[in-house]
Design a binder for this molecule. Structure first.
Ligand code: APR
Length: 226
């Protein structure tokens, strides 16, 4: 069966990685305009690098959980397209063979000048020169607010081809990710939301499985894989 899954920060929460909009979320401590926009990076690149260096260290310490591993199992039984808004590598370390990172990855660095991309060092500093052009324009390879998410053609195709579309651990507050379920439903997919609580787009889903990802995702995968 053709299954397309979209994950958000909630699938990594039980691995100890903070989500964004919970009461103790990242956006409670940092202004999005300071650390997650091109303007913020241009204004104070050192602050932005400090923010992502901390997130990179958190992600490196975190371990994949039962939900990440369940999706790796799902890929062994069905034609799975796994799309994530997350920038950690827990899906890959949990065994998923192919992951579409629509908001980029903490593991990659990008040159704000020439567009060159290379594996990120654990600690990135503003004046780090780009290995491609040599200019001190190294930035995290993260899609910031106001920028265009990556791989959208592949994503729309996977959403339209899906027999089942599932969203796991995302609040449905950031577009275009938040619009994928409605698009899948219009294309004829069965839609299911797996989350601790109803998201902002819960009405786009025909089925809801409520609970922590490490419980509801393995149970959902068991039901699909027997
Ligand atoms: N199990 C399942 N779901 C959970 C769990 C859990 N243990 N813990 C939290 N959640 C759910 C919350 O109910 C919420 O719906 O995860 C979601 C987290 O929402 P956000 O913090 O908004 O994260 P996300 O939806 O991934 O944000 C999307 O916004 O800030 C940008 O680029 C950033 O990719 C991010 C995007």
């Amino acid at each position: 069966m053709r299954i397309t899954v979209l994950t958000g920060a909630g699938i990594s929460a039980e691995s100890g990685i903070r989500t964004f909009r919970a009461t103790d979320g990242l956006w409670e401590e940092h202004r999005i305009e300071d650390v997650a926009t091109p303007e913020g990076f241009h204004r104070d690149p050192a602050l932005v690098h400090r923010f992502y260096n901390l997130r990179r260290a958190d992600a490196a310490r975190a371990q994949p959980n039962a939900a990440h591993r369940a999706l790796a199992r799902l890929a062994r039984h069905h034609q799975l397209t796994l799309i994530t808004q997350n920038v950690d590598d827990l899906h890959e370390r949990g065994g998923s063979p192919e992951v579409i990172h629509m908001h980029g990855s903490l593991l990659d660095a990008l040159c704000a000048g020439c567009g060159h991309r290379w594996p990120a060092s654990l600690v990135m500093r503003a004046p780090d020169p780009c290995p491609g052009c040599g200019k001190p324009l190294t930035r995290p390879d993260i899609v910031w607010f106001g920028e265009i998410p990556y791989h959208m053609e592949r994503i729309w195709a996977a959403v339209e081809a899906a027999e089942i579309f599932a969203a796991i651990g995302t609040s449905g507050q950031v577009w275009p990710a938040a619009g994928l379920a409605q698009h899948a439903r219009r294309a004829g997919a069965r839609t299911v939301e797996l989350n601790l609580a109803a998201s902002a787009v819960a009405g786009d889903f025909a089925e809801h499985r409520t609970g922590p990802a490490t419980e509801v995702v393995p149970a959902w995968v068991d039901a699909l894989c027997g």
